[in-house]
Ligand binder design. Structure first.
Ligand code: SF4
Ligand code: SF4
Length: 428
């Protein structure tokens, strides 16, 4: 399965922008669903006083992870909140008191074996920080006696244009990254780790090579800068040469893939016990006069980030959480920052609005060549138009990861990836 991918303009203009801590907002709104899986239920009520790192949401469901307060203050409201994905979950609104008093629950966890390690990661509220939000304790909870893991793949590809937040994690907190990797290797008894970084981040590659020079079992793997190099199965293949098949998790092939910022967070959590309450984000796009990287508390309204980057709300025609290829369009400037946000991009009409109309498919096959999953997006579109659910299943629509490569290369400007999403709805 050689991977070629597509070439996108990198636009990594904030790569040298050191992370700045965003000022404390007056109010935060913390959604109970910031991870893949079952949303949490609030464990606080209106009027309660809360502190930084205090648990404010939890769930007994297997596929979930707790939510913590990012501020100290008073719970002002709890209500339904419409997520950018269109789903509704509860959110806890907290008025900050300005003191940032840390919860007495925040202390380094007692960890001495795999079981206590997994329990600690669960309590940290950690989920995949690359954007997918898969609960980290579930990813790491592998029966290593039955299914040994020999390769830890650290995903620092950061292949979407504009985003540099993972790159900044490496440059600003390299020792946390290495320590997090070592902790995971130790408790899961993993022999080798591969830090995968696209070649367009030479400073990060150099630094990781220096930091791992004496670590024989941690290798830095420079990757060709092509999209979507950071997709889980693609990066697993690039690092190990192993193909993770349809319906398989990487662990079936002895691999665990972790985002680089997740590795750094694990190290800090084990040392301090401070759960996941803040997130580094890249602010970029032509609607922002001062593109930069910021550290924002979870629940901070995006409007504060826009202001910080000197963006004029009136000039923003498209606001995206995440990258331009796989990010989610935001309809509300008051949308709160969540654990999985790695960028907020603002574009003016000049860049946000497509001028050309789409034309008929010319059967050029470029979408097929571009697809990292070897799908036939043109045929999928045809089957969707015919509302042929059986054909959509035969064409393996379920493997589409919505990377957008097919739409990007289409000379007829057809919304191929968008059609795939609609088609997924049809077969559901
Ligand atoms: S969006 Fe889906 S069909 Fe299109 S290139 Fe990506 S994986 Fe393939
Ligand atoms: S790239 Fe566009 S025009 Fe070419 S085959 Fe695919 S859908 Fe048709």
């Amino acid at each position: 399965m050689p991977f070629f991918g597509i070439h996108l303009p990198h636009k990594k203009g904030t790569a040298q922008s050191a992370t700045v801590k965003l000022p404390l907002p007056e109010v935060v709104k913390i959604p109970m669903s910031q991870h893949m899986g079952t949303p949490c239920e609030p464990t606080v009520k209106v009027g309660d006083t809360v502190t930084v790192g205090q648990k404010i949401g939890d769930s007994t469901a297997f596929m979930s992870t707790p939510v913590h307060s990012s501020v100290s203050g008073t719970v002002k409201a709890i209500g339904d909140y419409l997520l950018a994905s269109g789903k509704v979950c509860k959110a806890v609104v907290i008025e900050t008191d300005g003191n940032q008093t840390v919860s007495e629950d925040v202390k380094p966890p007692q960890v001495d074996d795999l079981k206590s390690f997994i329990a600690a990661i669960k309590e940290s509220g950690c989920c995949g920080l690359g954007g997918a939000g898969f609960p980290t304790h579930i990813k790491l909870n592998v029966d290593i006696k039955d299914k040994p893991i020999d390769s830890l793949v650290i995903n620092a590809a950061e292949c979407e244009p504009y985003i540099t937040s993972d790159c900044r994690e490496i440059i600003e907190r390299p020792d946390d990254v290495i320590d997090g990797i070592k902790q995971v290797m130790k408790y899961l008894e993993i022999e080798n780790a591969y830090i995968c970084i696209e070649k367009n981040k030479p400073e990060a590659i150099k630094l990781m090579k220096e930091k791992t020079a004496s670590e024989g079992n941690i290798k830095v793997v420079p990757l060709r800068a092509s999209y979507p190099q950071g997709a889980e199965k693609v990066v697993a293949y690039s690092a190990t040469g192993r193909i993770v098949g349809e319906g398989e998790l990487p662990s079936a092939k002895g691999i665990i893939v972790l985002n680089v910022s997740t590795a750094g967070f694990i190290s800090r959590y084990l040392k301090t016990g401070m759960p996941l309450v803040e997130k580094r984000l890249t602010l970029d796009g032509d609607a922002f006069r001062t593109p930069c990287n910021v550290m924002a508390l979870v629940g901070t309204p995006v409007s504060k980030l826009i202001k910080f980057a000197d963006g004029a709300e009136g000039a923003i025609a498209k606001l995206i959480a995440g990258g331009p290829m796989m990010g989610m369009c935001l309809y509300d400037f008051e949308t709160p920052v969540t654990k999985t946000n790695n960028a907020i991009l603002g574009f003016t009409e000049k860049l946000a609005v497509r001028k050309e109309e789409q034309t008929a498919c010319i059967h050029c096959g470029r979408c097929v060549s571009a697809c990292p999953m070897k799908l036939m997006p043109n045929e999928i579109a045809k089957a969707y138009e015919a509302k042929d659910a059986d054909m959509l299943r035969k064409l393996k629509l379920n493997l589409c990861m919505n990377c957008g490569s097919c739409s990007y290369v289409c000379p007829a400007r057809r919304n191929v990836a968008e059609t795939n999403q609609l088609a997924k709805g049809l077969i559901r």
